[in-house]
Design a protein around this ligand. Sequence first.
Ligand SMILES: [Zn+2]
Length: 237
Amino acid sequence: MTPEDFQRLYQLQTVDTRIAQRREIIAQADDGTDAGAELEADLAELAELAEELRQKQSRHRKLELDLEGVEAEKEEKTDRAYGGTISNPKELASLEQKIDELDRNVHRHEDMILEILEEIEELEGRANAQREKSEAQRAAHASLVATFEHTTVQGREEIVDLEATREELVAELPPQLLRPYEELRKRESGTAVALLRGGSCSECNLAVPRARQPMVKRGTAIVKCENCRRILVVPGE
Ligand SMILES: [Zn+2]
C-alpha cells in the first residue's frame, strides 16, 4: 500500500458520501402524492356542491312553472267569477272560495321560490370558494411535482457521474484496502475514513497518540482511530 492508495481511499469516501447524500435527497423528496390526494378530495367536494346546485336550480325551475300554472288558473277563475256570466250566488261563493285557495297557493309558491333562491345563492358562494380552493391546490400540486422531477433528475444525473468516478477509484485500489473500507462503511453508517487533522481524528475528534501519527503519514499500512475504528488518512496537498 502506498500513500497514493490512501489518498484515493479518501477520495472514494468523499464520492460515496456524496452519492449517499443524493440518494437521501431523492428518497426524502416530496413527489406530490399527498397534495394530489388533497386535490382529488377538493375536486370531489366541488362536484358534490355542483350537483346539489344543479338539483336546486331544477327545483327552482319547476316551482316557477307551477306558479305560472296556479296564476293562470286563478286568472281564469277570476275572469269567470266577475265576467258577469254567473248569476247563481251559491256558485259565485264557491268560485270565490276557490279563488282564495288559489291565491294562497300563489303566495305559498312565491315563498318557496324566495327560499330556494336564497339556498341557491348560498350554494353558489360555497361552490365558488371551493373552486378557488381546488385551483390553488392544483397549482400547489403541479409545483411540487415539477420540483420533485427537477430534484430527482438532477440527483440521478449526479449519481451517474459519481458512480463513474467511483468505478475508476475502485479499479485502482488494492483489495486489502478496499475490503476493510467496504466492511467499515457498512458498520459505521457510511463513513469508514477519517482525516488525521491537528493530531485528532476528524470523525470523533479524539486525539491520535503521537506515536501512531507517523504511521498514518507514512501511508503503507492501515492505521485505525482507536476510538471510532475508522481508517486514518492524512489530508491531501
Ligand atoms: Zn475517530
